[in-house]
Design a protein around this ligand. Structure first.
Ligand SMILES: Nc1nc2c(ncn2[C@@H]2O[C@H](COP(=O)(O)OP(=O)(O)OP(=O)(O)O)[C@@H](O)[C@H]2O)c(=O)[nH]1
Ligand SMILES: [Mg+2]
Length: 330
């Protein structure tokens, strides 16, 4: 609902932080805590690298039951799951997907090492895995290039090395010694090196390379998809926070007033809109009385239709928010 009357769940956090009531900061802390992601996959596919990307984007990485390091960790502790594959989906990947699905946790398959495999056949992977797939080259997401690395890349601009295979790249005679070439190869892979060399020879500043590589890595698409898969978890948190505040409202006028406020109603609506939009439905963003009324009617009908309890609650919250917006316009 881009551009529409959106109020972020931050208003809840802000209220909770500012409110003097002693129980409220705990509610705020639970609401603001990072969402939890469980990363799994076969050995060597890039689990550690992908996990690093997710944690630096603010996710909390939790143990995955099929992570060999943590075979005993419990299911259900994650808000979303990522199954990393490289090139092919194997039976154990399919069973991971099925296991998470079975415990009600949304799953995203990350087709990692896209820089090595070329264009990943996403549709075939999606069918094989039974879950949405996004390709990425996590290696290129957060590259740090020191002066030596930049120096070696500049030398490669002037004297291209044989890019056809890692061995060819390393073994040919070259002004850059083998050791720094190996270091570059580990840091960037051949595709990352090729990108960087091309950018430098097109006049890019070395300081811009990490951002260019990040863009090439595709991890921002992974983060976007995860964000939308996490919409139900965010909504559940908002609802849980509201329920906790309800319990406190009897003893606090400030809390009771906040719960009845436009901010609270509209923030809940925003979280609900995210949930239905994540499933591909559209919510009319228009900000005029007729639109608010139409939206209220449409989502009230939706909430009474053949939908699951999550969507029923979301429909009702979108209706309630729309009626509040309508009232405000009167
Ligand atoms: N080319 C390329 N290499 C990658 C990518 N992601 C990870 N790697 C490399 O693949 C190797 C394994 O990556 P990790 O992130 O350690 O994978 P893992 O699944 O944790 O592996 P183990 O814990 O050793 O089983 C490392 O050498 C990484 O640098 C990628 O997107 N592209
Ligand atoms: Mg690892």
């Amino acid at each position: 609902m881009q551009g529409g009357p959106v109020i972020s769940v931050d208003v809840l956090t802000r209220f909770a932080q500012e409110c003097g009531d002693p129980g409220v900061p705990e509610v705020a802390a639970r609401l603001a805590a990072p969402l939890r992601v469980a990363v799994s996959g076969r050995a060597g596919v890039g689990r550690t690298t992908v996990t690093r990307v997710l944690t630096s984007a603010g996710w909390l990485a939790v143990d995955s039951p099929d992570n060999p390091d943590n075979p005993d960790s419990p299911d259900g502790a994650a808000d979303v799951a990522v199954v990393v594959v490289a090139e092919a989906v194997k039976p154990e990947d399919r069973s991971s997907v099925a296991r998470w699905r079975g415990s009600g946790v949304p799953v995203l398959v990350v087709g990692n090492k896209a820089d090595l495999t070329g264009a990943v056949p996403l549709e075939a992977l999606r069918r094989a895995a039974g879950a949405p797939v996004v390709s990425a080259a996590a290696l290129l997401a957060d590259v740090t290039l020191d002066d030596d690395a930049v120096g070696a890349l500049r030398a490669l601009v002037a004297h291209p090395a044989d890019p056809r295979s890692p061995d060819a790249f390393l073994d040919g005679a070259h002004p850059v010694a083998r050791e720094p070439r190996l270091r570059l190869l580990r840091l960037l892979g051949r595709t990352g090196i090729a990108h960087s060399v091309r950018a430098l020879s097109d006049g890019a500043d070395p300081g811009d390379l990490p951002a260019l590589l990040r863009e090439a890595s595709g991890v921002d698409r992974v983060l976007d998809r995860l964000d939308s898969l996490a919409a139900p978890a965010r909504y559940r948190r908002v609802r849980a926070a509201l329920a906790e505040l309800q319990a406190l409202a009897a003893g606090s006028r400030q809390v009771a007033e906040f719960l009845a406020s436009d901010d609270a109603v509209l923030a809940t609506m925003t979280a609900a809109v995210d949930v239905v939009e994540a499933t591909g439905l559209e919510v009319d963003p228009a900000d005029d009385p007729a639109a608010h009324l139409r939206r209220a009617v449409r989502w009230r009908t939706y909430s009474r239709g053949p939908v699951n309890p999550l969507h029923r609650a979301c429909g009702a919250d979108i209706c309630r928010g729309s009626l509040r917006l309508l009232e405000r316009r009167r």
